[in-house]
Write a protein that binds this ligand. Sequence first.
Ligand SMILES: CC(C)(COP(=O)(O)OP(=O)(O)OC[C@H]1O[C@@H](n2cnc3c(N)ncnc32)[C@H](O)[C@@H]1OP(=O)(O)O)[C@@H](O)C(=O)NCCC(=O)NCCS
Length: 107
Amino acid sequence: MENRGENLKLAGLAPVGVLPENQNEGVGSLLIQYGLPECRDAGIDAVVVLGDPGYYSRFGFERASEYGLGNEYGADEGFMVKPLTEGALDDADGIVTYQPEFQQDEE
Ligand SMILES: CC(C)(COP(=O)(O)OP(=O)(O)OC[C@H]1O[C@@H](n2cnc3c(N)ncnc32)[C@H](O)[C@@H]1OP(=O)(O)O)[C@@H](O)C(=O)NCCC(=O)NCCS
């Protein structure tokens, strides 16, 4: 992350995908609900996601801008964050940048 809060350890949740024939069976929810505590146990402070607020809000993700976090894609309500420990984002303020792998063009 750029700017203040550069010592924060963030993880990006992406991509989440479930085969069409298996959607709406709870698979996506299980993946996310399993992954979040794993991230916390690995020392991650907060998890960001770019996606549909209607879906990710059910896992406690909130609009990242409420925590002073922007993103490099110009997304607004679709850019969300979930702190994994209390107060993890109290001093956060800056632009979250994804690792280079996320920038690669599809071939
Ligand atoms: C989004 C996705 C991962 C959800 O996985 P899933 O296993 O089908 O989801 P679950 O079974 O855990 O949850 C289903 C619930 O989520 C809701 N939901 C699914 N996609 C949603 C969306 N984009 N916005 C809001 N709600 C959504 C369903 O309506 C359902 O609601 P209900 O519990 O009230 O019936 C899956 O639909 C998918 O792979 N979609 C295509 C790829 C994609 O859009 N990925 C997200 C990239 S950020």
